[in-house]
Design a protein around this ligand. Structure first.
Ligand code: UD1
Length: 369
């Protein structure tokens, strides 16, 4: 069974790594890896291949940056002949980035079945580019692998056949557990001069938070205020870096040295940084899940989350973007005892095993069960 696996952007890599590893344990599966090149820098892509022990891509489409239509269209144009040549029996896409949608459409138009890993998540905010990618990818996928019960409910409400939906857990947590022994050895705290449990981690990159200077300025003011109580480390995404440079607020607000802007980190250093922190302030989807698994309090600076289980079972609180509220909530976290952190069902590091077993059985109906 030939399986073509597609990655494109930073949050794809930690989802794909455990799937590839698991596919290689199945001799009946011939797995190839296609990298669209949506992210291409060493810091946003290359480093993750090393950290996660991902094989070198069999095919690199080198699409690069651009608007949504450009990026999606260019992946489709370049992927189409590649799939034509590889003739896979199945295409696997992960997450919700432009490359996810482009991979799913291209395969579907060629009549190749598609598996979507991390299906069914919904923010119900169609101004988010990822929400459109999620809706469309799910509508045309044949296997929908969900991480939490809300995903199943959303898909059923959208009329998806229940037989296509598989609750398998979370491949992102597979990576976190599979790499635990390595990231526990990271010296990132020493390199940054941080004391375990005595700093916060910040990530911001959603267009809704960083593209509008007034919104970004408000968020940075709140962070500066919080940093008077606890030092904050902020690995800055390139999109955010560009916005900071254009409004010249970066250096101005980093002046105290307690709100520290650093270059983006690789996977292992970043997870070690989060694991050692007292709290995370973020607009990332993945980090809401990772903090839940690590038992680190997370404040999500957005109006909604597509990962509600991180708020009902996990350590996450979705608090919006009002600077006053962010400061109040952060101070509350700092005075409260560490939260209990039960793991959501099936977030046990074995999601890839379940997914590949389902795909393998489907590819070999005679051998199932
Ligand atoms: C993309 C995803 C988003 C994901 C995020 C994680 C979509 C619609 N968005 O957003 O869901 O959360 O990745 O990072 O797919 N750049 C570099 N180096 C790179 C890649 C990009 O410097 O390797 C710069 C470019 O100037 C680019 C900007 O970052 O214009 C934004 O990159 P882009 O891929 O367009 O969107 P992200 O904001 O990264």
């Amino acid at each position: 069974m030939r399986v073509a696996n597609i990655v494109g952007a930073r949050p794809n890599f930690m989802k794909m790594a455990p799937l590839i590893r698991e596919m290689r344990r199945h001799p009946e599966i011939q797995a190839s890896l296609i990298h669209t090149g949506q992210h291409y820098d060493e810091a946003m892509a290359g480093r993750f291949f090393q950290d996660l022990d991902l094989p070198k891509p069999d095919v690199s489409l080198e699409v690069g940056s651009g608007g949504h239509a450009y990026q999606t269209g260019e992946v489709m144009k370049r992927l189409d002949p590649v799939l034509g040549e590889l003739q896979p029996h199945l295409v696997v896409v992960v997450g919700d980035v432009n490359s996810t949608l482009a991979g799913a459409i291209t395969a579907t138009k060629l009549g190749i079945p598609v598996a979507h890993v991390e299906a069914g998540l919904r923010s119900f905010d169609r101004s988010m580019p990822e929400e459109i990618n999620r809706l469309l990818t799910d509508a045309i996928s044949d296997y929908l692998f969900v991480t939490e019960e809300s995903g199943r409910q959303n898909l059923l409400r959208e009329g998806v056949d229940a037989g296509k939906i598989h609750m398998v857990g979370n491949v992102m947590i597979d990576s976190l557990e599979q790499c635990r022994r390595v990231w526990e050895q990271s010296d990132i705290l020493a390199r940054l001069g941080l004391a375990r449990g005595d700093y916060g981690v910040v990530t911001l990159h959603r267009p809704s938070n960083v593209d509008d200077p007034a919104t970004l300025r408000g968020l940075l003011k709140a962070l500066a205020e919080i940093s008077r109580r606890i030092p904050l480390v902020f690995p800055v995404h390139p999109r955010t870096q560009q916005r900071l440079e254009s409004m010249e607020a970066g250096t101005e607000l980093a002046g105290t040295g307690r709100l520290r802007y650093i270059a983006p980190l690789g996977y292992l250093d970043f997870i070690a940084l989060v694991a050692g922190s007292r709290l995370a302030l973020t607009d990332s989807g993945g980090l809401q899940e990772e903090t839940t698994a690590l038992g680190v309090p997370c404040l999500t600076l957005r109006e909604q989350t597509e990962r509600p289980i991180t708020t009902t079972m996990g350590t996450n609180r979705v608090i919006g973007t009002s600077p006053d509220r962010i400061v109040t909530e952060a101070f509350q976290v700092l005075t409260a005892p560490a939260p209990a952190a039960p793991r959501p069902p099936l977030w046990d590091g074995r999601a890839a095993e379940r997914i590949v077993a389902i795909l393998s059985n489907a590819g070999n109906p005679g051998q199932s069960r």
